[in-house]
Design a protein around this ligand. Sequence first.
Ligand code: NAD
Length: 392
Amino acid sequence: MSRSSRLPGFYKLDIEARQHLLAELADLSPADLQALAGGLNVGDADVLVENAVGLYALPLAIAPNFILDDQDLLMPLVIEEPSVVAAMAHAAKIVRMGGGFTTGSTRPVMIGQIQLLDVPYPDAAIIRINALKAELLAKLKHLHPTIRKLGGGPLDLQVRKLPHTPAGPMLIVHLLMDTRDAMGANAINTAAETLAPELEAITQGRVLLRILSNLSDQRRAWATCRIPVGALETPELPGEAVARGIFEANAFALADPYRAATHNKGIFNGIDAVALATGQDWRAIEAGGHAYAARDGQYRALTDWRVEDNHLLGRLEMPLAVGTVGGLTKYHPTARLALKLLGHPDARQLSQIMVAAGLAQNLAALRALVTEGIQRGHMALHAKRLEMRRNS
Ligand code: NAD
């Protein structure tokens, strides 16, 4: 967006006034505004899943104040949990004081797995697969012309040995493929299925599974921020103490899986909310994030926070298999609207936006936990709801 994402007093407006302001800021059409009120219809639901009987709605909100890579951005969030939107808006305001988030991402490379059993000579099979790699990848040439035309497509084959499983030894072939702006499940599954008979012939083994891995660790996004400690002060605590507390709280979650689960859940409060708003497969994103958090054998915090030169430095890096084409983005008018609000990002840009949302949410949660505790804000909102119910 060309205008500032700072929207002081946005939270005080009624919904209609917020919609009006949003329409002005993001150049929304009357049809766009309709998507805010509805979204899917029952006919769409019937196309999407089996045995559909209706629809299920959730709130869509906007977190203002974000700057990402020097661009102002309004963050669309679909979430039912109170406090998350306000907390994110507040964290984005704090990060803004340090210039906003800096983000990046890898090429959008997905992994497909082909499971080979009963391979008589595994080491020889690995040598043969590696020797025939170019020919095997060439077998996929006719698939996914759109993805290829856009610069994506199959990139590599990697073989892993699993010598000790309850079903005996197996070989696992990873197919690496750049799926461009698609999440890529369909493209990668088709490619894995195409390669399976070739791999059986080469290895004299038996193929069982041919399916993508949700641990999409070749497709990662990261966000960093650098906040002057003064921006963290509260009426009770100086900024240095809050920054130190955030570092210590993060250290707890790096060392202890019981804490890490809650810490990472907070990160997903941000990431899932953008994922839902933009029509992503949030189960795939969750699976990838949690598996990545345990990549060294222990489940840990996904974030890194440290204090340097009077600044609090934060970083979040994780797999984010997201798409801006295909999947639900094709059918859901509100998801399309959310993508429009974000300036029609490509898949890499969307993953960078989502990881910044995750880092913002983590900052908000840690800041609250090391200062006033999480309950004060929660309970204030809870009281507001009770009041509303009493008055209705
Ligand atoms: P898709 O197959 O609906 O769309 C992808 C296609 O869009 C590409 O093959 C290409 O033909 C076309 N396309 C047009 N413009 C493109 C561009 N710029 N970049 C890339 N492709 C472009 O989508 P998908 O991403 O393969 O499927 C995602 C869905 O698969 C998700 O809804 C997910 O829930 C589901 N899924 C997930 C899993 C899993 O995570 N384990 C397994 C199976 C299915």
